[in-house]
Design a protein around this ligand. Structure first.
Ligand SMILES: [Zn+2]
Length: 278
């Protein structure tokens, strides 16, 4: 069933456990994430990023398909728009049935980020939609998600109070699009942030973080764990192997089907790992 973000994160916070949030690029991703969550019998977040929307040249087909899969799921499934910088896209997503939005104003000056994020929160809350956001750029060319960037607890506290967001993305040592799983996080900072801030904390760029560190991160106070690249690697490895082994394959179902099963298995495994962290 379609669920709200806080509906899924609040029980996880109370249980000191984590919830997996997986990026959806194509229909097979959405199917795999739902099937994996059903196999684990655990709630899940499906995220469609602004970049995925640009790839499809349209929001509607990929979002409506994802909402349909979530609605028909046997487990609570949040449909979340990820890294949205365009306020119009927030409005369109809310109108089409997204239950959660990550508004990314991190490239804007702090005061403007606060003002625009607060506007997004007002609009979304009117429609029963939760909002995740992040503070401004704090170092590195990858901004808030550079491995060297760190969120300051007092700034996080002010940002949440000034914007009214429902979840906060924090910079604690991870960065996006990592294909090696070897990142170590600043777990002391995670603990300080979770004491300072009274909304669930979100880890972006979790693909580069190994299983044992993800477990420690959840224990330290992170709740929503965003995983994109790692599932893409799983999907692509399977497709590459199938095409290498069977040079005459032409039917996409013959290589996408097994790849989708591999992604579903990995989603199931990760959801179980994160849920048991507490
Ligand atoms: Zn991210």
């Amino acid at each position: 069933m379609l669920a709200g973000l806080r509906e899924v994160l609040d029980p996880a916070v109370a249980a000191h456990s984590g919830v997996g949030a997986f990026n959806i690029i194509c229909l097979e991703h959405a199917e795999a994430v739902i099937w994996g969550a059903e196999a684990a019998n655990l709630p899940v977040v499906l995220q469609v990023s602004e970049n995925a929307v640009l790839y499809h040249r349209s929001l509607e087909p990929i979002l409506i398909a994802t909402v349909a899969l979530a609605r028909n799921a046997d487990v609570p499934a949040v449909v979340h728009l990820d890294h949205v910088t365009d306020v119009e896209l927030v409005h369109a997503g809310v109108a089409l049935g997204a239950t959660s939005v990550m508004f990314d104003g991190s490239r804007r000056p702090y005061d403007e980020n606060v003002a625009v994020t607060a506007d997004v929160v007002r609009h979304c809350h009117k429609h029963g939609v939760d909002v995740e956001a992040e503070l401004g750029e704090i170092g590195g060319k990858d901004g808030v998600h550079a491995a060297t960037a760190r969120t300051k607890p007092h700034e996080a506290q002010d940002f949440v109070a000034d914007t009214g967001v429902d979840a906060l993305a924090v910079a604690v040592g991870s960065s996006h699009a990592q294909t090696e799983r070897s990142t170590r996080l600043d777990l002391g900072l995670v603990e300080r942030l979770s004491e300072a801030v009274d909304v669930p904390l979100v880890l972006h760029g979790s693909s580069g973080v190994p299983d044992d560190e993800l477990v420690r991160a959840v224990r330290a106070g992170l709740t929503k764990i965003n995983i994109g690249t790692h599932l893409n690697a799983t999907l692509t490895r399977s497709v590459r192997d199938a095409l290498t082994d069977q040079a005459r394959l032409v039917d996409p179902r013959k290589y996408l089907g097994p790849a989708r099963d591999k992604v579903a298995d990995e989603v199931e495994r990760l959801l179980r790992l994160l849920s048991k962290s507490g």
